[in-house]
Design a protein around this ligand. Structure first.
Ligand code: ADP
Ligand code: MG
Length: 483
């Protein structure tokens, strides 16, 4: 059962436009490079001028196949391009070429972990389809001259529109889904994932209902281009819809925009239905036929997928599923982990350090793991010094700090800061004897069966050793002396 908001269940379905990382447009040879002077990169084909014919970009098809394989979907042997007819200033040709009845990628799923309290729970969102289509141009509203202009450079840019079933149940799930999808498309390299430039933009269809009721009417929040705005927009929209319903007003199906300055969503237009678009198969384009051999060829050339890699981490390194998923957030993190684990032979410790101290420090400095001042090789040496009892975990954090600030190598830092653990039993035994003599009450209580009294002894011992005693050894010696 999903969490309710004021007694309502939240229902969300996502449509994501991922710009495919081809050099040229989906049906023409014009460049898709970002940031060119307006209207310098749209050719006659992109504008559908009379006498031109679109030609399918094979690179775009290949990327769609890769996506389908990555999410375990069916790749249609035959899919069809249609014309979606509408009139808009940024679409002078009057229609957008898209796939409607038969999309190239059908079904599939995206799954990810969600933090729920202390637990992490796996959630799976089913995909309905992913289809190829061309982007439209862009309206530029130049407030400073009080005019609007049209830039058609984006016209004909290849997009993959990825549509989910309405399986998402909260803004947290929505963001987790979007992040996972973003990871997949960038991992397999079909999209650069640049959200500011609009290479990866999400529309969230949001409705609410009382549990057990049929789906409510949805409003579609358009073009969310940051994870932060996504969360804010959905939270606002959910509260707004509940208030409307509670006040006795029905929700109208609509397309809305999120304004980051006010934190509110506002209706842009009432929503068209498919019938309004007068879809029909594009007479200029034959059906897209994809043979099994083509799919197999693409498959054989694809890099290891994140979920496959995660399964391998569980199997080869005996990691919990959660760790494996975290460590396959990006190729760079995965590579860093594998290098560390192989060099130190302690995969679980490597995982703990990378998900803990390393991530914390990287996040705080807003660095990617590629820019980490501590290399995988250095981390492996550090982990080695913990597991051979040269240093304690506490001391290791100080060594890590030194590595981070690049003051030297692991052993030099241990030496310079005097962090070596006390492995000389004689010296340690003397400290323990002194502490026992100074704390007769704790000794008595412990002997009387109060195991907590031990803490009152371990603390002073660690202190007297200046933190250099090995806690396991201290425990063993204490037991021997008190037993
Ligand atoms: P379109 O927006 O192009 O008309 P669809 O009707 O196929 O397309 O739905 C688009 C998205 O809206 C899908 O992700 C779908 O899961 C989601 N959706 C459909 N109905 C609802 C609903 N009642 N509440 C929330 N999301 C919904
Ligand atoms: Mg839609």
């Amino acid at each position: 059962m999903s969490k309710l908001v004021q007694g309502y269940e939240v229902v969300i379905g996502f449509e994501t436009h991922a710009q495919l990382s081809t050099q040229s447009k989906i049906f023409s040879r014009a460049s898709v490079a970002f940031g060119a002077e307006p209207n310098t990169q749209a050719c006659a084909v992109d504008l559908a001028l009379p006498g031109t014919l679109p030609v399918m970009n094979v690179g775009a098809v290949e990327r769609a196949i890769e996506f389908g394989l990555a999410i375990n979907a069916h790749i249609a042997e035959r899919s069809v391009f249609g014309r979606k007819n509408y009139c808009y200033p940024d679409l002078p040709k009057g229609y957008q070429i898209s796939q409607f009845e038969i999309p190239v990628v059908q079904g599939g799923e995206v799954s990810f972990f969600l933090e729920e309290g202390k637990e992490s729970v796996r959630k799976t969102v089913r995909l309905e389809r992913a289809h190829l289509e061309e982007d439209a141009g862009k309206s530029l509203h130049e407030d400073f001259i009080g005019q609007s202009g049209i830039d058609l450079n984006r016209a004909g840019t290849p997009l993959l529109e990825i549509v989910t079933h309405p399986d998402i149940r909260s803004s947290d799930e929505a963001v987790a889904y979007a992040k996972e999808l973003h990871k997949i498309v960038t991992w397999i390299g079909i999209c650069d994932g640049n959200m500011q430039e609009g290479s990866f933009r999400c529309d969230a269809n949001v409705s609410v209902r009382k549990p057990g009721q049929p789906l409510g009417t949805r409003r579609e929040i358009k073009n969310l281009n940051s994870f932060k705005f996504m969360q804010q927009a959905i939270d606002y929209e959910v509260r707004w819809q509940i208030e409307e319903i509670e006040d006795g007003r029905a929700i109208q199906q609509a397309t809305v925009l999120f304004n980051p300055d006010t934190g509110e969503t506002r209706a842009m237009r009432t929503k068209e239905d498919a019938a309004d678009y007068r879809y029909f198969p594009d007479p200029d384009l034959p059906p897209l036929v994809i043979g099994r051999d083509w799919v197999e060829r693409v498959k054989s050339q694809m890099a290891e997928l994140p979920r496959v890699m995660a399964e391998r981490f569980v199997k080869d390194y005996a990691l919990p599923e959660y760790d494996a998923t975290q460590l396959t957030q990006s190729k760079a993190v995965a590579a860093y982990f594998e290098a560390t684990a192989k060099a130190c032979g302690q995969p679980k410790l490597a995982s703990n350090w990378i998900m803990g101290e390393v991530s914390r420090r990287l996040n705080a400095s807003e660095l990617g793991i590629e820019q980490s001042p501590v290399s995988a090789a250095q981390l492996a040496v550090l982990i080695g010094r913990i597991s051979d009892n040269t240093i304690s975990n506490n001391a290791a954090r100080q060594v890590f700090d030194g590595l981070w600030n690049q003051v030297g190598e692991v052993d030099a830092i241990i030496e310079a800061k005097g962090l070596k653990q006390m492995n000389d039993t004689g010296e340690l035994e003397k400290i323990i004897d002194d502490v026992l003599a100074a704390n007769p009450k704790n000794v008595e209580e412990f002997k009387a069966g109060n195991s907590k009294a031990l803490n009152g002894l371990v603390g002073p011992i660690m202190k007297a050793s200046k933190g250099k005693a090995n806690p396991a050894q201290v425990n063993a010696l204490l037991m021997k002396k008190l037993g």
